[in-house]
Design a protein around this ligand. Sequence first.
Ligand code: HEC
Ligand code: HEC
Length: 336
Amino acid sequence: MVKQGLRRMAVAALLALSAFGAQQVYAQGSPAPDPFWNVPDIGSLPDDDHGRLVRRGRDLITATYAHIGPLVPDATKRYAGNNLACRNCHLDAGTKKFGNPLWGLLDQFPQYDSESGQPITIEQRLNACMTRSMNGKPLPIESQEMRAMVAYVGFLSLGVKPGEKLTGYGAGQMAELDRAADPVRGNGIFKQNCAICHGTDGAGLRRSLPTTDLGYMVPPLWGPDSFNNSAGMNRLVTLANFAHDNMPNGTSYVMPRLSVEDAWDVAAFVISQPRPIKADLDKDYPDLLQKPADTPYGPYADGFSLAQHVYGPFKPIRDEIARLKAAGAVPGKRAP
Ligand code: HEC
Ligand code: HEC
């Protein structure tokens, strides 16, 4: 108990320091957030129905576990299967460049989705994170929770012109290694750079409470309360870039703290760990030639091993997929 308390204090200090560090980076005039678009100030919304809906949407994103988590008192509201919050991956409530921002999105939907092989709406995209990242059930489209989160995403699109694409989407795109990423080397990097906060067992750190129902101070990276194996974060390219541009928490892409090579290897270690498994994944990607090279579950249209799809190198896989596409190959096409 005392040990947990001390670790919590140390982590709280680290989190405070790292937030200060990030501010310093901006203050010194490094590339700041885009001048042509600023995150709107949610506090300036009037206290009317729309203002309240947007605020509720933000609450759902910053404290998902408290509203639709597996431990909420109302059993009918237990849509999420873990105690994560959307903001754990959509940093700063979806407003951080290369921290998987949720800004300027509304006009980009409906969009083609290779995972389902169909055009999807913003509600369906959000539910993809509910069933994968949150390891839970889809929210009904008409539910107040869905409407609130979509209203918040709409709020983060205010002032963005139709067709205009902001920068900073996703988690970045650093250079890839020409070798497979190495989970064994990654284990050492994890111990040095991540374990203090996320725990040597990857289980994260609770707030100073005996349960997780008020969420985590630091979210788990693997184990039963983490994202499932089909989540975007369980793909090497996503996790490596996310860690490089954002971790240790408070890091900004303008001043990464991990080297590129260390980021690939530590990501390999994290995705090599056990986590919940989603059922029916063989139904994903009806056109296998659209399946991203680093999707960590088969089937695949190319002849590469599962291990190479998980750890890379990905260029030979992408080259082969491009060759199959150019040859108009049919193996990728499957009956829906
Ligand atoms: C474990 C990390 C994680 C959690 C938790 C998570 N997401 Fe995501 N989300 C991602 C990643 C990574 C992507 C980028 C797409 C990909 O690689 O699959 C994404 C993409 C999205 C997108 C599409 C963004 C775009 O650029 O098109 C939306 C909308 C979204 N998430 C909403 C949510 C909401 C709402 C929640 C909470 C209910 C949530 N996510 C929880 C990781 C997460
Ligand atoms: C100073 C403490 C700290 C350190 C050190 C740290 N993290 Fe994190 N990490 C966090 C916090 C806090 C969040 C959630 C951020 C939020 O909700 O705003 C997070 C979120 C994450 C997430 C997305 C959420 C999830 O549950 O998967 C990943 C992936 C991640 N960290 C990986 C790493 C890796 C890899 C390292 C080591 C290179 C690392 N972190 C080091 C505190 C830390």
